[in-house]
Design a protein around this ligand. Sequence first.
Ligand code: NDP
Ligand code: A1CAB
Length: 276
Amino acid sequence: MMTTKVAFIGGGHMATAIIEGLLAADRPASDILVCAPSTATRQRLSDRYQVTTSARNGDAVAFAQVIIVAVKPQLVAQVCAELAAVGLADHTVISIAAGVQHQQLGQWLGDDRHVVCAMPNLPTAMQQGMTGLYCSAATAAASRQLAEQLFGAIGEAIWLSDECDMAAVVAAAGSAPAYFFRFMEAMTKAAVQQGLSEQQAARCVRQSAIGAVAMASEPQVDLAQLREQVTSPNGSTAAALDAFNAMDMDQVVAMAMAAAAARTRQLGQGADAGAG
Ligand SMILES: NC(=O)C1=CN([C@@H]2O[C@H](COP(=O)(O)OP(=O)(O)OC[C@H]3O[C@@H](n4cnc5c(N)ncnc54)[C@H](OP(=O)(O)O)[C@@H]3O)[C@@H](O)[C@H]2O)C=CC1
Ligand SMILES: O=C(O)[C@@H]1CCC=N1
């Protein structure tokens, strides 16, 4: 595990998840600074994790070698300008903002040689994250290595050779935990409608999800084969799957993921225009 200090610009959901993951990976809290405007956020993070906090984004430059930009996409330009004004040396700047492109970051920071785009997801909090990484041919090897080590310590990380694929990573990883949570919410609601108590329904759904994910986590897993093991011909599971298929589930999921990717591209354009 690297020993480089890390500063976060923004202390919201995703910054908090990465911080939890890093602490679980034995990174000392004294290596972490969080810059956020609201007193409440800074207080919450320093109370809960004993990290250092600041109201001034520029403090990240003196504190850390790696700066993670974790604000909403439309704020990234402004934050980069603040960092550039303080004077970056060879700091590695990693943006996790959906849709914000490497070249835009280079323009706003005045240099793209130490810039990496990352798209992590919330389970980084439990060291079970999935992160897509992208940088340009000009990016320094040390910055690539720092990004890979950082996100590799809190889950899996893959490099993309084409930045256009980042929108697909948002759809398949960044946003993905929410789809599973939404599916579990719908199942819990349906189980209650069928007569289980809230608690019984929640337990059935949660433990079934945990069990299914454990089986799906085996190497070289064949998802269709696992599904078939549950599905007796003409049985209850077949009846449920027929109901999904009648709604053209593949099409529903494809449409949802296409919407996520399209929105990601839009967010990038909004960031470019400095629009909210
Ligand atoms: N949530 C997720 O699962 C994922 C999010 N992302 C990306 O991460 C980024 C942040 O998302 P998320 O954490 O969900 O958003 P949140 O709204 O939870 O957090 C945003 C944070 O930005 C801070 N902030 C606002 N203005 C400034 C500023 N001028 N300078 C410094 N900090 C500021 C806020 O501070 P305060 O609390 O003080 O108001 C807040 O802590 C987005 O770009 C998103 O695309 C990427 C992958 C997954
Ligand atoms: O919803 C969003 O825009 C962010 C990006 C990926 C997950 N959350």
